[in-house]
Ligand binder design. Structure first.
Ligand code: BTN
Length: 246
């Protein structure tokens, strides 16, 4: 991965550029990195705060030969890669909150946004957007983010080289992606569960159709969250916002 890197100063969103490149036939592993995003995108139509030269704002194009319902697995692979990269460079172990938030001290340090270009039964490309808060200070955050966001430098107490982080991350992602193509999702699922905060805990999952409260049992082979409610019924959750009980 990363043999083709497009490094941009200022863009709307690296996702948008990666979508265009993928559509034009860019090879698997093509990476788009920007110093700044003017309209960085988050999940569920949210914005992603992406100030200049403080974070890693990056999109990676993959073309795995898997059916579209398996695409969420790539989000989980990426989350494991980010955790491993941060572990290598800081000695701190972040935690994963299903499906795609990476937390340090309970606050969000990384978000992942996976988007697809697909036919009914075949993936043409997967665009994985990764936003890592690296060198922001607490004062750099707008008030509404101060309680929920953090950065690696806030947690580690010193600044980190973004170039180094990108290099280590792409190496980890490549290893895990190869493992996945070779051996399937199971080894990734074990790694993912070892970093997950939510498993075994009570939580509320807010989905578009309503809220489910119960205990998180784990994830399925497809990366779907399983929640057992108080009546013992197990719900499969594909997409939701998760709130953990405190
Ligand atoms: C989320 O947690 O809601 C996902 C955030 C994903 C942000 C990254 S930054 C690089 C890429 N480009 C975007 O516009 N979004 C993703």
């Amino acid at each position: 991965l990363g043999r083709q890197i497009h490094h941009e100063e200022s863009v709307d969103s690296t996702q948008k550029i990666a979508h265009r490149l993928a559509y034009e036939g860019a090879q698997e592993g093509t990476v788009v990195i920007a110093e700044e995003q003017l309209s960085g995108r988050g999940r569920m139509d949210r914005r992603w705060h992406s100030p200049k030269s403080t974070g890693v704002w990056m999109s990676v194009i993959l073309r795995p030969n898997i059916p579209p319902p398996k695409a969420p697995q790539l989000t989980l692979i990426t989350a494991v890669a980010v955790v491993q990269a941060i572990e290598v460079l800081t000695d701190l172990t972040p935690q994963i909150k299903w499906p795609n938030d990476i937390l340090m001290n309970g606050k969000k340090v990384t978000g992942i946004l996976t988007e697809l270009q697909a036919d009914a039964d075949r993936i043409i490309s997967i665009i994985i957007g990764i936003g890592i808060n690296v060198n922001q200070e607490l004062d750099d955050y707008p008030d509404e983010l101060k309680d929920i966001a953090t950065s690696i430098s806030i947690e580690k107490g010193e600044k980190l080289s973004r170039a180094e982080l990108i290099r280590v991350l792409l190496g980890k992602l490549e290893n895990l992606y190869k493992l996945y193509l070779d051996k399937g999702f199971y080894p990734i699922k074990l790694l993912w569960e070892s970093y997950a905060v939510s498993i075994g805990k009570n939580l509320t999952a807010r989905t578009i159709t309503g809220s489910i409260y119960g205990k998180a049992l784990g994830i399925t082979e497809d990366g779907v969250l399983m929640i057992e409610d108080s009546s013992g019924k197990v719900h499969h959750v594909y997409s939701a916002d998760i709130e953990l009980d405190v």
